[in-house]
Design a protein around this ligand. Structure first.
Ligand code: 13P
Length: 263
């Protein structure tokens, strides 16, 4: 089934990396690659997600880039607004710092920091109310895949957020399918398996909202230049959430180029 054309998103999740000097060099190299051969904004949205501490500095470093690069926060508080919440960064504070997007529900947040579906729902509600775009991450563990629970797990994660996203807010949600067993392991879901899951996700989203047909569904998990073209060729894979390979300017650029050229 061919739905509406969806401009792909390629987002670099830098996680708890790198040190400042390396980040500066990474930005410089990426800007140079884009200057030599630009990737048209209409062909691919590009975003980077540095540590919160560096969001403003990285944004400033990209201010003279030949194209726009979206700043994506890696997380936000379950508490909205401002107040006595030591260590927290709210959706409103992100928005006030010109951050436009935020990751929610990354498996590292779910597994290491105990972000439950209830907590994720609070974060999503706050982000959407503040006008941020949410990149909502879903994905099954190896155990769940091997026991035939992958699809059920992922569709449940989609259903989990249905009660907090208002009908008119679905166009501010991007889904990222990241099978946990493929994150940082060098193992990628085969394009067939990834496409099959993406199609299921789109079906699930479309049952919840008419916006589902036009929503970007990104793939994440050991995406690299070597597998980006094949993944980009899949009809329901509308971009990539890139971890390790986004710390290398050339690799990240090539992944964005693959999506821009293939879609
Ligand atoms: P890797 O690309 O390093 O596997 O990480 C994927 C990821 O978790 C992106 O959010």
């Amino acid at each position: 089934m061919s739905g509406p054309a969806i401009t792909p998103w390629v987002v670099g999740n830098w996680k708890m990396n790198p040190m400042r000097a390396d980040a500066k060099q990474l930005v410089q190299e990426l800007k140079q690659l884009l200057l030599n051969q630009n990737i048209e904004e209409s062909k691919c949205h590009i975003g980077v997600s540095p540590v919160a501490l560096e969001l403003q500095s990285i944004q400033a470093q990209f201010s003279d880039c030949s194209r726009s690069i979206s700043m994506v926060a890696q997380d936000l508080s379950r508490v909205a607004g401002t107040g006595a919440y030591t260590g927290e960064i709210s959706a409103e504070l992100l928005k006030d710092s010109a951050v436009e997007c935020v990751l929610v529900g990354h498996s590292e947040r779910r597994e290491v920091f105990g972000d439950t579906p209830a907590v994720l729902n609070e974060k999503i509600k706050n982000a959407l109310n503040a006008g941020l775009t949410v990149i909502y991450c879903v994905g099954e563990s190896l155990e769940q895949r091997e026991s035939g629970q992958a699809e059920h797990t992922v569709l449940q994660q989609i259903c989990d957020i249905a009660s907090v996203v208002q009908p008119e807010q679905w166009n501010k949600i991007i889904v990222a399918y990241e099978p946990i067993w493929a994150i940082g392991t060098g193992k990628t879901a085969s394009p067939e398996d990834a496409q099959a899951m993406h199609a299921k996700i789109r079906e699930g989203l479309s049952q919840i909202s008419p916006a589902g047909q036009g929503m970007a569904i990104l793939y994440g998990g050991s995406v690299k230049p070597e597998n980006a073209v094949e993944l980009a060729a899949c009809p329901d894979i509308n971009g990539a959430l890139v971890g390790g390979a986004s710390l290398n300017a050339e690799s990240f650029y090539k992944i964005a180029q693959a999506f821009a050229n293939t879609k």
